[in-house]
Design a protein around this ligand. Structure first.
Ligand SMILES: *[C@@H]1O[C@H](CO)[C@@H](O)[C@H](O)[C@H]1NC(C)=O
Ligand SMILES: *[C@@H]1O[C@H](CO)[C@@H](O)[C@H](O)[C@H]1NC(C)=O
Ligand SMILES: *[C@@H]1O[C@H](CO)[C@@H](O)[C@H](O)[C@H]1NC(C)=O
Ligand SMILES: *[C@@H]1O[C@H](CO)[C@@H](O)[C@H](O)[C@H]1NC(C)=O
Ligand SMILES: *[C@@H]1O[C@H](CO)[C@@H](O)[C@H](O)[C@H]1NC(C)=O
Ligand SMILES: *[C@@H]1O[C@H](CO)[C@@H](O)[C@H](O)[C@H]1NC(C)=O
Ligand SMILES: *[C@@H]1O[C@H](CO)[C@@H](O)[C@H](O)[C@H]1NC(C)=O
Ligand SMILES: *[C@@H]1O[C@H](CO)[C@@H](O)[C@H](O)[C@H]1NC(C)=O
Ligand SMILES: *[C@@H]1O[C@H](CO)[C@@H](O)[C@H](O)[C@H]1NC(C)=O
Length: 480
């Protein structure tokens, strides 16, 4: 029995803490699952790294989630595009991400964070894994966990990206990838109030792809093995051009390979821009989210902003305005055709699959590691894991008050989009495609057309909090 004063304290604490927040997500067998609704979360995502690698400038305290005004602009465009997840590659654990994370949370967009960066000492060096697996390196990646563990829309962490990119690099690196995953998962278990999935993002190198996935999903010491991946991301560029099909792209082969995966598999990058060049038509979206490929958990299109390699959906202009490309319109039109009921349905068999025991039989390529003896943490790292890093920078949600985007965004037809704003979603929803055509709706005359109009969320205000308060009050009374 709770005392009255404790119940009142709980009640007040709950009320003060109320902010719209997406539901946290966990891994159940092959699926990401919303912990409240139990619906499957299929990733409808975009890779977000404005400025490319130079968007990460730790000396200046800049990374892709450090400027709230920029995030407001981009969250508005990603919300109307219809995505529910972004992947962010290069994070500075010491800067404040509260505004950006809170804005993406408010519009129902999850974040998958890479814990590494391209700077020296901030990732496992594929040519020297043992030398780069250091306590300093672990301090950095634990810092990223500290910075993001407090946001409900932190979906997952990538422990490593494309460390193996050919057969030779698959010889010594696999045990180190598992070691980093183990250390991250042990750190999260000790220092986070909830579990956060940790996994790997693989290059599409077919000689080692299946071995990589088998090596990372298997369990060394039964299902509690902390070194196994919680999910598997594949950077996949095999569907190219407007005439490609499920068969010619090899998507059929991938689907067969991952059919019985015991962890979620998704495309951590996709969106080939050859052979016809841009704009891309994104016919692969219908296949990826269709009934043939439900074994996969969706994917992230590479990438939001136009960078030198021509994969952008939008151009970020020097004056901080944004111009949508035709690619944005084409992708939005493809998302608008998705069957949301289908992609939110879990396959009850796939959701309960348990991992195979690790064994050398799982590995086919003679060049791929068969070593399941995982290196111990470097000197001092066990203390870090047990006691936490010094002076962690802990992110937390803040109220999102400004919703109007202050800078201009131009649709692909050149017209400025009028009344552009984010639309905070009520009831802790995640974002879904809204059925709009942003560019077609942008006209030269001012009209309220082009801003996202989702599920009546617009102007709904914070009245939901009153409902929540009543629920909490009732619950507190019942507990007395
Ligand atoms: C598996 O268990 C053995 C014996 O308990 C232990 O030495 C080893 O570190 C464990 N390996 C992993 C990856 O958990
Ligand atoms: C459900 O998952 C199981 C196990 O992976 C698979 O064999 C089956 O084909 C799936 N069913 C559907 C309808 O996708
Ligand atoms: C997946 O599991 C089903 C049911 O157990 C089995 O029939 C099928 O052969 C498996 N597929 C693969 C690719 O292992
Ligand atoms: C910003 O720059 C773009 C591209 O150069 C230009 O088209 C647009 O008119 C500028 N907008 C403002 C508000 O300065
Ligand atoms: C955020 O970005 C906007 C647009 O580029 C810029 O005007 C502003 O100065 C930036 N804010 C900070 C704090 O850097
Ligand atoms: C969407 O998927 C559901 C679940 O598989 C199915 O029952 C429904 O018929 C589909 N709707 C359309 C329009 O295809
Ligand atoms: C397996 O990896 C461990 C480090 O994790 C190393 O000590 C051991 O020598 C390796 N075994 C073989 C056979 O390469
Ligand atoms: C925007 O465009 C879509 C698709 O063309 C259309 O169905 C919708 O009604 C438009 N919305 C507004 C508010 O004009
Ligand atoms: C939202 O709440 C604020 C403060 O209570 C109020 O000024 C505003 O009019 C409300 N907006 C809507 C759309 O209800």
């Amino acid at each position: 029995m709770l005392s009255v004063s404790r119940a009142v304290a709980l009640l007040l604490a709950s009320f003060i803490g109320i902010t719209y927040a997406v539901h946290t997500v966990e891994v159940h067998g092959q699926d990401f699952v919303d912990t409240v609704t139990n619906k499957r979360l299929t990733i409808i995502g975009v890779d977000y790294q404005p400025g490319g690698q130079s968007g990460y400038n730790p000396g200046a305290g800049e990374d892709p989630l450090s400027n709230g005004t920029v995030c407001l602009r981009d969250a508005a465009m990603l919300q109307s595009l219809g995505v529910n997840t972004i992947r962010v590659y290069n994070i500075d654990p010491s800067v404040n991400h509260d505004e950006c994370a809170s804005i993406f949370n408010a519009v129902g967009i999850y974040m998958i964070l890479d814990v590494n960066s391209p700077l020296a000492g901030e990732s496992i060096d594929r040519s020297n894994p043992s030398g780069s697996y250091t306590t300093d390196y672990l301090t950095r990646i634990f810092g990223v966990v500290e910075a993001f563990k407090g946001y409900p829309n932190t979906l997952a962490f990538f422990a490593a990206n494309e460390v193996m990119n050919d057969v030779p690099t698959s010889q010594d690196n696999p045990p180190y990838i598992r070691a980093v995953q183990r250390d991250l998962k042990n750190y999260i278990a000790k220092h986070s109030t909830r579990t956060i999935p940790v996994g790997y993002s693989a290059a599409d190198v077919r000689e080692i792809l299946q071995d990589t996935w088998e090596y990372l999903q298997c369990a060394i010491n039964g299902t509690t093995d902390e070194s196994r991946s919680d999910f598997f991301g594949l950077n996949s560029y095999s569907w190219c051009g407007s005439t490609a099909t499920y068969q010619t792209s090899g998507y059929d082969v991938l689907t067969a390979m991952f059919q019985n995966s015991t962890i979620p598999v998704f495309f951590s990058e996709y969106g080939c821009n050859k052979p016809e060049g841009t704009p891309r038509v994104f016919n692969e979206v219908a296949a990826l989210y269709g009934s043939e490929m439900t074994a996969l958990s969706g994917g992230l299109v590479y990438e939001y902003s136009q960078e030198p390699d021509d994969f952008g959906l939008v151009v970020i202009n020097d004056n901080a305005t944004v111009s949508l490309l035709k690619d944005y319109d084409n992708l939005q039109a493809q998302y608008n055709k998705l069957n949301i009921t289908l992609i939110e349905s879990a396959n009850s068999t796939a959701a309960t699959l348990t991992p195979p025991a690790c064994s050398t039989d799982l590995i086919d390529n003679s060049g791929f590691s068969k070593n399941f003896s995982i290196p111990s943490p470097p000197d001092g790292a066990t203390d870090l894991i047990n006691n936490g890093i010094k002076n962690p920078n802990n992110g937390k949600l803040v109220q999102v008050t400004a919703t109007a985007v202050p800078m201009a965004v131009y649709a692909s037809n050149g017209h400025q989009i009028q009344n552009l704003a984010i639309k905070p979603l009520p009831n802790d929803e995640s974002n879904t495609p809204g059925g709009e055509s942003t560019s077609a709706n942008a006209t030269s005359t001012a009209s309220p057309s082009a801003s996202p109009t989702k599920k009546g969320a617009a102007g709904k205000n914070y009245s939901v909090a009153t409902g929540s308060l009543l629920m909490i009050a009732l619950t507190a009374l019942l507990m007395l």
